[in-house]
Design a protein around this ligand. Sequence first.
Ligand code: AMP
Length: 200
Amino acid sequence: MLNIIIFGPPGSGKGTQSAKIVEKYNLVHLSTGDLMREEIARDTPLGWEVKKYIDKGMLVPDEIIMRELYEKASEHLDAPGLIFDGFPRTIVQAEMLDQMLEKHKMPIDVVLSVDVSEEELFQRLMGRAEDSGRSDDTAEIVLHRIEVYKEQTLPLIEFYQKQGKIVSINGMSPVEEVFGKITTAVDTYLETREIIPAIE
Ligand code: AMP
C-alpha cells in the first residue's frame, strides 16, 4: 500500500496535483474539502452546518471532519493506496489519523508539502475566484483562509518532520514541472524507502 498526504496552503495546487498522482499511482483520492462540498450540494442538514464555516473561511470542526473521513476511508481499506488531500489540517486530526491508520497497519508513507509564496497564493486564488464559483474565493475570505492555514495547519510540518516523512516540493513552477518533482519523490521512496527532504 502507498499512503500519501498532500499538504499545502489553499491555492498551492494540491487538488490538481492529487488528480495526477491518483492516476499515476492508482490511489483513492480522499479530499475532505470535496466531501464537504458534496454534502452542501446534497442540501443535507450536515451540509447547512458545514457551509457556515466554509463560507467564513474557517475550518470545519474536527469531530465532523473525522467522522466523514473515517466513513469514506473505511470504504477503501483494500485500495492500492490512499491520498489525503486537504486533510489533516490540525494536529488533532493528524493524531487521530495516525491512530486510525495504526489500527489498520497502514501508515502514512510520504507527506508532500507543496510550497508557494503567500503573494502567489493570493494571486492564484483571486484568479480562481473568477471562474470557480466557489463561495469561499473572495478576497477577504481568501486572506482569512491563508491566516487559518498559518495558525492551525502549518504546525503539522513539524509534526511530520519529527516522523521523518516530509518532502518539501517547490510549487512555484508550472503544473507538469511540479508533478515531475512529486513523482521523483514518490518513485525514490518506492524504490529505496527513503524520503528526499526537499525538491527545488
Ligand atoms: P479545500 O477544498 O481543501 O480548500 O477545503 C475547503 C474548505 O473546507 C476549507 O476552507 C474548510 O472550511 C473545509 N475543510 C476542508 N478540509 C478540512 C479539514 N481537514 N479540516 C477542517 N476543515 C476542512
